[in-house]
Ligand binder design. Structure first.
Ligand code: B12
Ligand code: SF4
Length: 480
C-alpha cells in the first residue's frame, strides 16, 4: 500500500541569498516509520520540483491510501491549501491528511474548511502509522490515538498520543529525494545537510513553540544514533551538518560522548548547531577547543535582546549581559568557532533605547570579529500556542481570523509595521536593519559589487537616521 507526502513551497525573503532549501525533515521522519512497516512512500517537494502536479498525478495509483501535507503558518500553508483543493477537486475519495505545528493547533479550522479529512496532531511517526493501518483495514478512526478527523459535518478530536522514543525511529530514507538539491551553502561548506537529534527544551521562553508542542520535555537521540545519522548524511554527500535542535547542548554528557566518538572513529565533518550563551560561558577554553577539533565550526545562539526588562519578562533563562557576551565572543573567536547571533526585536513593552543598544552591540561584535560572524536580526512574529502570542493580543495585536489570513501571515504580518505598539518610524528602521543584517552582516555575502557597497552605506545611514543609532553611549547592566 502507498502513501504520498507533499511539502508545499514557501516564500522566504532571504532564501535565495543563503541558498537554503533544507531537507523536508517532517516528511522524512514520517516516511521512515511507514517504510519500516512495509508501506510504500513517495515524497513531492514543491520547493525543488517544478512539475510537482504532474508528478503527483503520475504517482496516484490503486494502492494509494492517503496523501499527506506538511505546512508552517504563512505562505506554506497558503500553498498547501491550494494543493489540497486541487486534490479534492480531482480525487475526492482520497483522504487528505495534514500534520505539523499549525495543523496541530488548529485542526478544526482545516477540517471544517474541507481542506483536510484527517489531522495528525503533534509528532507524526507513530500516529501516521496507526492511521495508515486503520485506513488500510477500514477500521474505525475513533480508535487512532493522536488524530482529529471529520465525519460528515462533525469533527472528532481523539486523545493525545504519548511521545515516541526518538531512538527507535529507523534511519531516514534520503533516497526518496534528490539529495543534492538540499545541499546548503555556508561559510565552511557548500554541501551542508540538516538533521535533528533531540526534541523539546525545559525552558520557557515566551515566544517559543516548544512549551506547547513538547510540554517542556526534552528527549534526545543517543550519541551512537547521532553518529550513525551523521555518517548517513556523509554517505549521501554531505561534508557538513546543521543540527537544528531546539537546544542541542542541554545534555552535556551526550555532547561529550558525541565528541569522543567523532574522535575515536576519525569522522571528518563540520557541524553547526544551537547553544545557549550561558552554556558556552560555562565552558573552559580547553572544552571549546575540543568542540572545534570534533568539527563544531559554528554555534548559533539566540541572544534575543540585551534588554533587562524584556529578558526578565520573556526569556529569563537566556539573559546575559553585554560584558559576558563580549567575553564569550572572544573565546569563540580564539577557538576558531564562528558565532551566529540571533536577535529578536519588536516585543511589546520594549523601549527604543533597548533597540538602539541591541543594534550597537551587533555592530561592536561585527567589527570585533572583522565580519567573520553571522547575525540574524528577527522582528517578532507572534506565533500561536505561545505566551507571547497572548501578550501581543493583549497589546492590541489583531490575530488572523481564518485560514486565508493565516496563509497570508508571513507576508502581511511578518513586518514590524503590523506590531501596533511600535512607532511607525521605529518599525521602518527595524525592517531596514533586518535587511542590512541579512545582506551585509553575513560572511557569505562578502564579495560585494561597487553598487552593493554603495547600497550598504545608504542603508546603514538610513538606519542611523531613522533609529538615531549613529552615536550611542550605551550602558548595559541589569543591576542584579
Ligand atoms: C528548519 C526550520 C525552518 C526552515 C524551513 C522551514 C520548513 N517549512 O521546513 C526555515 C529557515 C525556512 C524556517 C522558516 C520559518 N520558520 Co521555522 N523552523 C525550522 C526548525 C528549526 C526545524 C523544523 C523541522 O524540520 N523540525 C523537525 C521535524 C521532524 O519536526 P516537525 O516539523 O514538527 O514535524 C513533525 C510533526 O510536526 C509531524 N508532522 C509535520 N508535518 C507533517 C505532515 C504529515 C502529513 C504528518 C502525518 C505529520 C507531520 O511529524 C513530524 C515528525 O514527528 C523549527 C524548530 C524545530 N526544532 O522544529 C523552526 C520552526 C518550525 N519555525 C518557526 C517559524 C516561526 C518560522 C518562520 C515563520 C520564522 C521567520 N522568522 O521567518 C518561518 C516561516 C517560513 C514559512 N513561510 O514557512 C517556528 C514555528 C512556530 C509555530 N508555532 O508555528 C519554529 C518551531 C521555531 C520556533 N522555535 O519557534 N524554519
Ligand atoms: S531556550 Fe530555545 S528552545 Fe528552549 S524555550 Fe527558549 S527559545 Fe525555546
Amino acid at each position: 500500500m502507498h502513501v504520498i507526502l507533499i511539502f508545499p513551497k514557501f516564500y522566504h525573503p532571504f532564501n535565495k541569498l543563503h541558498k537554503h532549501v533544507h531537507l523536508p525533515l517532517p516528511l522524512l521522519q514520517v516516511s521512515a516509520s511507514l517504510l519500516n512497516n512495509g508501506f510504500r512512500v513517495s515524497i513531492i517537494d514543491e520547493r525543488v520540483e517544478s512539475n510537482y502536479l504532474q508528478k503527483l498525478e503520475s504517482l496516484i495509483d490503486s494502492q494509494l491510501i492517503w496523501i499527506g501535507i506538511s505546512a508552517h503558518l504563512g505562505s506554506q500553508l497558503k500553498n498547501g491549501i491550494r494543493i489540497s483543493r486541487w486534490i479534492k477537486a480531482r480525487y475526492p475519495k482520497i483522504p487528505v491528511v495534514w500534520g505539523g505545528i499549525f495543523a496541530s493547533l488548529f485542526p478544526e479550522m482545516l477540517l471544517k474548511g474541507s481542506i483536510a479529512d484527517v489531522i495528525v496532531r503533534k509528532e507524526g511517526e507513530a500516529t501516521a502509522l496507526g492511521l495508515t493501518m486503520a485506513l488500510e483495514s477500514q477500521s474505525d478512526l475513533a480508535d487512532v490515538t493522536g488524530i482529529s478527523f471529520r465525519s460528515g459535518l462533525k469533527v472528532f478530536n481523539n486523545k493525545e498520543r504519548a511521545f515516541i522514543d526518538i531512538n527507535q525511529v529507523p534511519p531516514l530514507p534520503y533516497d526518496l529525494l534528490d539529495v543534492k538539491k538540499y545541499f546548503c551553502g555556508n561559510i565552511s561548506s557548500d554541501k551542508e545537510l540538516c538533521m535533528i537529534t533531540s526534541r523539546g527544551c525545559p525552558h520557557k521562553c515566551s515566544f517559543c513553540y516548544s512549551q506547547y508542542y513538547f510540554n517542556n520535555i526534552y528527549r534526545s537521540m543517543s550519541a551512537d544514533n547521532v553518529i550513525a545519522g551523521i555518517n548517513r548524511l556523509k554517505y549521501f554527500g554531505a561534508d557538513a551538518v546543521r543540527i537544528m535542535d531546539d537546544n542541542f547542548f542541554l545534555d552535556k554528557q551526550r555532547v561529550d560522548d558525541i565528541c569522543s566518538k567523532i574522535e575515536e572513529k576519525n569522522i571528518k565533518i563540520k557541524i553547526s548547531t544551537t547553544v545557549m550563551l550561558k552554556d558556552i560561558d560555562a565552558m573552559s577554553p580547553g572544552y571549546l577547543r575540543k568542540l572545534r577539533e570534533a568539527g563544531f565550526v559554528s554555534l548559533i545562539m539566540g541572544i534575543e535582546s540585551l534588554s533587562c526588562t524584556q529578558a526578565k519578562r520573556y526569556f529569563p533563562y537566556k539573559h546575559i549581559d553585554k560584558g559576558k557576551l563580549l567575553s564569550v565572543n572572544e573565546e569563540l573567536i580564539k577557538a576558531e568557532i564562528i558565532p551566529k547571533y540571533l536577535f529578536l526585536s519588536g516585543m511589546p513593552g520594549g523601549n527604543e533605547q533597548d533597540i538602539r543598544e541591541d543594534i550597537d552591540i551587533i555592530r561592536s561584535l561585527n567589527s570585533a570579529n572583522k565580519g567573520k560572524n553571522y547575525f540574524g536580526f528577527n522582528i517578532l512574529i507572534p506565533v500561536p500556542g505561545t505566551d507571547m502570542y497572548t501578550e501581543c493580543k493583549n497589546h492590541g495585536f489583531r490575530a488572523p481570523q481564518n485560514l486565508k489570513e493565516w496563509g497570508n501571515y508571513f507576508s502581511i504580518y511578518n513586518n514590524a509595521r503590523s506590531l501596533s505598539w511600535l512607532r511607525y518610524r521605529t518599525a521602518v528602521g527595524l525592517e531596514l536593519f533586518r535587511t542590512y543584517c541579512e545582506r551585509y552582516l553575513n560572511p557569505g555575502n562578502k564579495h560585494l559589487s561597487a553598487a552593493n557597497r554603495a547600497l550598504r552605506k545608504i542603508l546603514g545611514t538610513l538606519v542611523d537616521l531613522i533609529l538615531n543609532t549613529a552615536e550611542l553611549a550605551p550602558s548595559n547592566s541589569c543591576g542584579d
